[in-house]
Each structure stands twice: as C-alpha cells, then as structure tokens.
Design a protein around this ligand. Structure first.
Ligand code: BGC
Length: 414
C-alpha cells in the first residue's frame, strides 16, 4: 500500500461509554436488568474507570491519540428525579479538564443506551422522557462546557430500539414490540433535536453538536442475493433512513459507526454468505462497508462526518492491526473522492463490558486485567497510535499483518 496521508487536523481517537467502563452504576436500568438475571454476567466494577479514569487518559495519551470520547451516566448524576449528585457531575468536569490538560480534545456523548431506573419500564416511549432528558442536558452542559470540544447527543438509537424492543436481549427486554420501537425512534430523534437546540441556546451557535449512529450497508449477497431488493430496502429503512432522515442533517457533524456489513438474500440477512474473515464474535470483517456508509451518509445528509466507532472483538490481538489499516484505507479513499471526513475514533480505548455479552469480547486498543485493573497497550494499539501521530499510514506499514484465516488484506486495491 502506498503512503496514505490524512488531511491536516484529522481527529484520531478512541471511544468509550460510561456504563461499559465505570462500574457501580447501580441507579441505571441496566444494573436492575443484570440483578434480575439479564445478560451473561453483571457489570460490577467494569474497568473501575470511575476511580481509575486518570489511567484511561494516560493510556490514550501514551498511544498518541488526539481525541478522548466518553459518555456521561445520567443515572449517576440524577439517581432520583430532580436529585442531583453534584460530586458526580464535578468528577466528570475534572475528568474532562484533565484530558484537555494532557493535550486531548474531548467528545462527550450525552446518552449511550442506559437510563435512570426512574424513567420507568418502557424508556423513551413517552414525550415526558424527552422533557426529562432535556432538563438533564440543561443541567450538565453549563458545568461541563468549559472542558468539552464536541458534544454528541444520542448514540445509536437504532441499536437501542432493536435490542430493547425487538430482540429483547437488552432492557427493557421486550420482544417484537414494533409500535413501541417506533415511538423510541421518534422520541430519541426528538431528544437529539431538543438537546442540540438547548446546547446552542446555552453556548451559542458555534458549539459543535453531533449525533452518533451505526449505519447498515445492505447489499446483495454473493449467493442468492439476486432477489434481495426488498430485504435491502427493509434494512436500509430500519437501520438508517427511518431515524436519520429526520435528524441526519440537523446536526453539525454526523458520527458514523460501522462494524459489519449486511449481505441480503430474498429472506433475511445472509450471515452465512461468502467467507470473509470474522471477529471473535463471529461478525463479518468487511472494511469496504465503512466506505459505503460514509459515502451514503455524505450524499444523503451533506454534513461533515466523523467516524466515531469502528472496531472488533479480538482477544488475541491477531487481527486488529490489519482491521484498522484496511478500514482506514477505505476511509482515505472516501476522502480522496471528496467526502468531508474529519476523524476516526476506534471502538474502544479499553476492553469493557460488552452489554449482553459480558466481559468476554475484547474490543480494546488497551487490554484490561479485570483482577488488577491494569491497563496494557496492545500491539495493535501501538500501531494505531503510530498512524495517529504520523497522520498517515506509512507505505508498507503492517504489510506482514494477516487476518486469522490467512486473508492478506481487504483494503481497496490501488
Ligand atoms: C456501541 C457500543 C458497543 C459496540 C460493540 C456500538 O454499537 O455503541 O456500546 O460496545 O457497538 O458492540
């Protein structure tokens, strides 16, 4: 691969979310779900980041990243309706100030899947939930604002509605509750619009307020895909368009998140189609999909794009280096073709609590020992750090890296 240089000022970072790393978020609905036996194991102390957040910042700085993405846990700040834990809020402010002092820019996600328990048994199905969230935003933004570069309102409303209201493997655990899922889309969309308006009102028009969303790339399966038009349309509708067509342009930037593609057959997604390399979770590794979703988002909404999540479970760290280089090479291609991509944030900085799958999947650039909570950078983390520091993929970098099945590279051919 030739030298691939990224635009000046390109943002290089890694993403985390509060519930997945902090530990002890006992006022969240996920905690109650775990106590009731949901998921594979309880999140417990997670990465103990509520105490060890300085170690997380150290890790990001040592890798050479320039952006630190966290989320704030609403239920920690407001454990009971209207009761504010000022210390918790001050701790988030301190965390962000420290990240800034260490040379990182900061991105704060205001909602990343978890809710205060008091929001009820069907979160986001009522307009009152949007009102409560807006109050939360109005409360936290003035305190955190001096230390925040970029705000993101809502993370992956589609993933939340799917797992919480359709498959039921996340709280509130409802299955095939399609009308409720539709309401969740509507109210999470409203939450974005209202939060954005509130932040602009508080901080001025120049405040950078985005939205992070996982996008699907439905395409015909190599085998049996000829008649898949309806299936593709359906995935595109519920994965992307239903939510984003309402809010995708009402944002200063769109955080595009991508993990795997969706090859479609006439009936259903052809998960057994073709033979791509796979992650520890069995997810297909298809780097071209990142290019496809970035191009789609740009063409459809015309706002600057930041890739805010992309990553894989890879406990042995055998594939992550190849994965990162290939996905970045496709991002670079999109930039060459004129797409305004401002940055790439890997998921995740650390190994963490992977929701219904518990701690087994290892998504970190940095390994976490769940007994000692020691953080150790992985080889792939160092490689990503080098790319970040040099703002380019140097010619030949990682040419020896292969996927676990022997596939040499899935970067675009040049
Ligand atoms: C979510 C993360 C999650 C990751 C990997 C994204 O959908 O924002 O919370 O850990 O995917 O599954």
């Amino acid at each position: 691969m030739p030298d691939l240089v990224f635009p000046d000022g390109f943002m290089w970072g890694a993403s985390t979310s509060a519930y997945q790393i902090e530990g002890g978020n006992e006022h969240a609905d996920w905690w109650a779900w775990e106590l009731a036996g949901g998921g594979t194991e309880p999140s417990g102390a997670a990465c103990d980041s509520w105490s060890r957040w300085r170690d997380d910042i150290d890790a990001a700085v040592e890798l050479g990243l320039s952006v630190h993405r966290i989320s704030i846990e609403w239920s920690r700040i407001e454990p009971e309706p209207g009761v504010i834990d000022e210390q918790a809020l001050a701790c988030y402010a301190e965390m962000l100030a420290e990240a800034r002092a260490r040379g990182l820019s900061t991105m704060v996600v205001l909602w990343h899947f978890t809710n205060p328990r008091w929001l009820g048994t069907r979160p986001w199905t009522e307009a009152a939930h949007v009102d409560a969230f807006e109050q939360h935003v109005l409360r936290v933004v003035p305190v955190l604002a001096p230390h925040v570069d970029h705000w993101a309102t809502i993370n992956e409303g589609n993933t939340y509605a799917w797992h919480g209201y359709i498959t039921g493997d996340w709280p509130p655990g409802l299955q095939n509750a399609w009308p409720s899922a539709r309401r969740v889309y509507r109210f999470l969309g409203d939450a974005h619009l209202r939060a954005r308006a509130a932040i602009k009102e508080l901080l001025g028009e120049e405040a950078s307020v985005g939205l992070t969303h996982v996008l699907a790339w439905p395409h015909p399966a190599e085998r049996g895909g000829a008649l898949s038009g309806v299936t593709q349309w359906w995935w595109r509708l519920i994965g992307n368009d239903l939510f984003l067509d309402r809010v995708g342009a009402e944002t200063d930037w769109l955080g595009v998140q991508y993990y795997y593609d969706s090859p479609c057959r006439t009936f259903g997604v052809a998960l057994d189609d073709g033979d791509p390399p796979r992650t520890d979770m069995g997810w297909r590794i298809c780097p071209e999909g990142l290019y496809q979703v970035v191009k789609t988002a740009w063409a459809r909404y015309g706002v600057p794009i930041i890739v805010t999540e992309n990553g894989l479970a890879d406990a042995a760290d055998l594939q992550r280096g190849r994965f990162i280089i290939d996905h970045l090479a496709w991002v670079h291609r999109a930039i060459e073709e004129g797409v305004d991509v401002r940055g790439y944030l890997h998921w995740s900085l650390l190994d963490n609590y992977e929701w219904a799958h518990g701690f087994a999947p290892r998504f970190g650039l940095v390994e976490v020992d769940y007994t000692t909570f020691a953080r150790t950078p992985r080889e792939s983390g160092r490689l990503f750090g080098r790319i970040a520091r040099e703002n380019r993929i140097a010619e030949g970098l990682g040419s020896e890296l292969r996927y676990a099945d022997g596939t040499p590279s899935r970067a675009p051919s040049r």
